[in-house]
Write a protein that binds this ligand. Structure first.
Ligand code: G3I
Length: 432
């Protein structure tokens, strides 16, 4: 069988970089490109004050297709005085991501830590009102620009209780988390809403407490779309890591590995590879984010990242790229030719939001249109990352400027909100 030159070249380049292609198709040579081949993102936590660091940004722009603010979107950074919002650094990160077609994770709307001092001094209704206003104002500011929000971060206690953490926010009433999610949905219906926590990297009391909350939210129609597993790891990986990802996916939410870093040592590369393979094994594990670029950029002092202080790729980097390439591209649904489209609905009484994943076939896309049959009695009311023609019956969605180019086997997502019941038929997808 003759192997096309372009595949041989890719294999040679991959081997030369130490990343040996293992997947059935052309091996990608960067983390983001390889993740995109399976319809996922591979992201990194960044800091706007480092955007003038050329080696830092060279790595960011080459390797990743998603960004999150390590600190620039936290409550103390965005509302340093009550009612006075500052978004300069966060806007800079979002603008940079958009200019490069990267998605943005929002981190984090409500957290017991890193609160501005004025909020730490509040309690009861005053704190609850201030917190919900913060969610509303910040999510509104970034409306349409955030792929996923960490709406609430680290609200569960460590140890064997599976209970909520005691905090000023928890003391405003047990319903503070759902109130935050409802406010976030109202402010930005296009963003996926996540609950994010650490020490949840396996089936344990803490992750089970969160699992029970998510199950309750889904049963009561509280808007929640994903769970973030931070995955700040030491020298081992829980044997139930993948099982834990799968059980959250089985509840009907996405799972995102949101803050991955692993203690340097004999096992670091193996653990990074195992985490990557576990995410690839679960369809609704939609992406991985590492918590920093170079070891010198980390909040930790045990060299936990994929690049050393000099910006060189470590063995852990190669382990991740190999695992991503072994994941192979996700081919579009059968019978869809040049591209395929799949809809995921988040419905409530009287309305829904739809997320549509467009996946390229064997050839890259240079533009796409998706046809959706909107059930009678309902209508499309807004769309993001696409422009729609028509609002009821047969509605056509076309790519916008920054998402028409989709690599072979790669995917992009757009979404829309509608009244009535959401579409159930598989959409049509046409290249060009
Ligand atoms: O911005 C101030 C600066 O003005 C001041 O001079 C300096 C010295 O006091 O502090 C600076 O703020 C620091 C901030 O990072 C920005 O650099 C805070 O002291 C410091 O506590 C803060 O640490 C961050 C930590 O969250 C707390 O917010 C880390 O960089 C960040 O990596 C870490 O990330 C968290 C996630 O948000 C949630 N999951 C756990 C993860 C690790 O703790």
């Amino acid at each position: 069988m003759r192997i096309p030159i372009r595949v041989l070249t890719a294999l040679f380049l991959a081997a030369a970089s130490g990343a040996v292609a293992a997947g059935p198709a052309e091996a990608a040579t960067t983390l983001g490109a390889s993740a995109a081949q399976t319809g996922r993102y591979f992201g990194v936590a960044t800091a706007a004050f480092k955007f003038s660091d050329t080696p830092y940004m060279t790595i960011v722009n080459r390797e990743f297709n998603s960004l999150v603010a390590e600190n620039d979107m936290k409550w103390d950074a965005t509302e340093p005085q009550q009612g006075r919002f500052t978004f300069t650094n966060a806007d800079r990160l979002v603008s940079h991501a958009q200019s490069r077609g990267m998605t943005v994770r929002g981190h984090t709307l409500l957290w017991h830590a890193q609160q501005p001092s004025w909020a730490q001094g509040l309690s009861g209704a005053a704190l609850r009102n201030a917190a919900i206003n913060h969610v509303t104002q910040v999510a509104t500011h970034f409306r349409g620009k955030i792929h996923s929000w960490d709406v609430v971060n680290e609200a569960f206690a460590d140890g064997g209780s599976g209970a909520r953490r005691d905090s000023n926010l928890q003391r405003t009433g047990n319903d503070w988390i759902e109130a935050a999610f409802r406010a976030a949905r109202a402010a930005d219906p296009g963003a996926k809403l996540c609950y994010n926590d650490y020490n949840t990297d396996g089936v344990n009391a803490k992750s089970t407490g969160i699992y029970n909350m998510v199950r309750d939210f889904k049963a009561r129609g509280v808007p929640i779309d994903c769970v973030g597993l931070q995955s700040h790891l030491g020298t081992g990986l829980d044997s139930t890591y993948q099982q834990n990802i799968q059980r959250f996916a089985d509840l009907g939410v996405d799972v995102q590995i949101t803050e991955l870093d692993v203690q340097q040592g004999g096992n670091q590369a193996n653990i990074y590879g195992a985490v990557t393979r576990a995410c690839l094994a679960v369809t609704r594990c939609t992406g991985i984010t590492v918590w920093g670029v170079r070891d010198s950029d980390s909040w930790r002092d045990d060299n936990p990242l994929l690049f050393d202080a000099g910006g060189n790729k470590k063995a852990a980097y190669t382990a991740v790229l190999n695992a991503l390439n072994a994941g192979g591209p996700t081919t579009p649904p059968p019978g869809t030719g040049a591209c395929g489209a799949q809809v995921t609905l988040n419905s409530w009484t009287g309305g829904y939001t739809a997320t549509v994943r467009v996946t390229a076939g064997a050839a890259a896309l240079n533009g796409w249109t998706v046809g959706v049959t909107v059930p009678s009695g309902g209508a499309v009311t807004s769309a993001w990352n696409a422009t729609n023609t028509g609002t009821s019956g047969q509605v056509t969605f076309r790519n916008v400027g920054y998402n028409g180019q989709v690599p072979a086997g790669g995917s992009i997502e757009f979404g829309f909100q509608g009244t009535g019941t959401g579409p159930t038929a598989t959409p049509t997808c046409t290249a060009g």
